[in-house]
Design a protein around this ligand. Sequence first.
Ligand code: NAD
Length: 357
Amino acid sequence: MDAFSEMNDLGHEQVLLCRHRASGLRAIIAIHDTTLGPAIGGVRLYDYASEADALRDVLRLSRGMTYKAAVAGLDLGGGKAVILGDRSIKSEALFRAFGRHVASLGGRFITAEDMNTNVEDMNWIRRETRFVTGSGTSVGGSGDPSPVTAWGIYHGIRACLEVVTGTPEVAGRTVAIQGVGAVGWQLARYLHEHGARLMFSDVNGARLKQALEAFGGVVLEGNDFYRAPCDVLAPCAIGGVLNPRTIKMIRAPIVAGGANNQLDDEVRDGELLVASGITYVPDYVINAGGLISVAGELHGWSREKSMMDAEGIFTTVKRVLDKARAAGVTTVTASNRVAEERIAAVASVRTVRAPGG
Ligand code: NAD
């Protein structure tokens, strides 16, 4: 893999290789674009098959963060970090060494939890740098972002219902939720409180039982989630769930849920959904509440303000769906354009020189 040409193709500013012999740290930090503000992105611990795979992943994920922050209207850029290895290498020294590399970037990169990293790991990083978020409330962090994420998804679903059916009301609508975890549970709660009927799918039987007790509704086994006779399918579990095999089964007119990377192939599956007459809300647009919560932590905003900002996802989703219809493109292409237009507009403003600016 030619790192420079890959960075060039994807538009990256900087990639940092980090090592620390004593703790066994091998990490890559990718800064994609800082036009809007410091690059933000989680640090993922993963045992990649090769260094090239790790580099490819961190380049792809950091670019995704640029788009997510831009569409959410935040003054943040896109970045990501990966630590190469499995959970057995976790230690205080490893995360503090990583923290010192983050510190060396002087605020150009701000990190957070991601796959295989947690609040305790962030607390080690915080001992070395203030450029880390998502740490526990006991050390000044914003805590669990999932209620804000789910609130944004709830409003994104309302926006989509308005565009597709003419009214945003969820009362009397049926929503099928895949994954009743942190996000899915909160989403179910908001929908239930507003009169929606619910259907649930989860690989965790105990969690399903709890959901039925709390909200009532119907359980969907296996592929029945995709075939669910409902108004909205809300994937809130894992990525890659929208592919030619599953899209063929979908009967719902709307797919709008919080899971990251729902499309197995962004172009192929985005177009297949359009051809099947299904309105898909891009995951990174509708699940931006998590990032809004993290931004709130950076700026010292209250949870109430983050919840209000997450309601803005209603307007963003409408804008993306309208743009897709008007331009005859997929909703993913439309949201990418919204992000690119905002970045270009802000970049153009920067030509005006202000004192100290
Ligand atoms: P979680 O681990 O709390 O919940 C995931 C749930 O999905 C669990 O109940 C699990 O049993 C279930 N599940 C796993 N595989 C499944 C499958 N094949 N079919 C059905 N159910 C399955 O995770 P979470 O924090 O709720 O996140 C869910 C998704 O939302 C992830 O893709 C995550 O990246 C994304 N997301 C989360 C946040 C957040 O604030 N937590 C923010 C943005 C995006």
